[in-house]
Design a protein around this ligand. Sequence first.
Ligand SMILES: [Zn+2]
Length: 478
Amino acid sequence: MESGENSLPSGSDGVKRKVSYFYDPEVGNYYYGLGHAMKPHRIRMTHALLAHYGLLQHMQVLKPSPAKDRDLCKFHADDYVDFLRGITPDAQQDQLRQLKRFNIGEDCPVFDGLYSFCQTYAGGSVGGAVKLNHGVCDIAINWAGGLHHAKKCEASGFCYVNDIVLAILELLKVHERVLYVDIDIHHGDGVEEAFYATDRVMTVSFHKFGDYFPGTGDIRDIGYGKGKYYSLNVPLDDGIDDESYMSLFKPIMGKVMEVFRPGAVVLQCGADSLSGDRLGCFNLSIKGHAECVKYMRSFNVPLLLLGGGGYTIRNVARCWCYETGIALGMELEDKMPQHEYYEYFGPDYTLHVAPSNMENKNFRDLLDDIRSKLLDNLSKLQHAPSVPFQERPPDTELHQVVLRDEDEDDKDERWGPDSDTEFDDYSNPVPGRVKREYIEVDRNDSGSYHNHLDRGRDFDMPFKENASSKGSGSNGSG
Ligand SMILES: [Zn+2]
């Protein structure tokens, strides 16, 4: 099923996509601490590039409404969420047992504003899912999200709450089947674990495997019980290049789309799989990485694009900017526009960077073997499962602020009471085109999934024991 080659509007399907993009102007101010590899500033750099490439005017730009305690508790344990809400850098010394219990420490430190950071990035992903559920957009983007390692009651690999699991739970209110695809260099363990025993979510993770964080993601891990064959793991080795990566990604994802037929797709676009990443060891170009986005986009299924890892931050911003262009069906000039972070991109000041000449340890016969094993697993899926829907659970409360809308003329506008003071720090390259508006899509008070979803028990708890943190150390990743 190689139908993904002409996915842009100029290509065979000829369809332009409506894109909703979630961004909080505060997100770049959160700081994990001196020397920590995870830098939320990269989200702000990405946004600056989007602005100066002129992409914001083609999307609906939304400030996510922060996820509330009860939203986070749809996946996470109450006491874990309570702890995240209450902990401060100063209070740490008195809470050593709790810190240990919830795996808060070196990789996942306590920092100022930690809880609001979690609320912000989770709010963007869940908000994106709600927009997709309402058919407001075809593609929703939250580059601040994608923190795939977080567990039900444990932080892991720079991740505190699992916005991806929360977003998928939201999508499951409307869609019978949701596909999760993870191209971060690290195994998407938190998401896999959450949905390991259900056939309503298929998870597919492409990752470095073998003596590498988090240590899980063996090709033989295929799901459990009803979820057997609904988890797919693609173990890769150092130095994989675009051609090798695509020789697996396209045939596998093509087959997945054919047999699973998801109603929505969530793609975690971790950029630590790029060549030259500070923590990674793959050799993908930005175009190679973005080819995954292009390919998944080509199926015309509602698509949620999320961030994730990525530790050479100039390349992260390059990548996610380019991929936003792909989502919009726009090819961007390689020469970068002047902007506030321009000096990060020297000496070439281009969007694309050449991959390195590192050795590709993924030999042909190894790749062939992986491909045929996974296609064989997929052939065991006889049909796409479906569930009877009784009553649609209410949406998670959503009242984003629209920072600007891609189609300004035909909107039912309701201006928020304090909309003029909300974004003093928001800089837009096209002054006067920023729309500040409250929309209240649905204010139904949402109950717990477990009460509404006919098979909600599937999501009550992780199904696999927490994976042992093999290789856990200071090289974990989001
Ligand atoms: Zn990662």
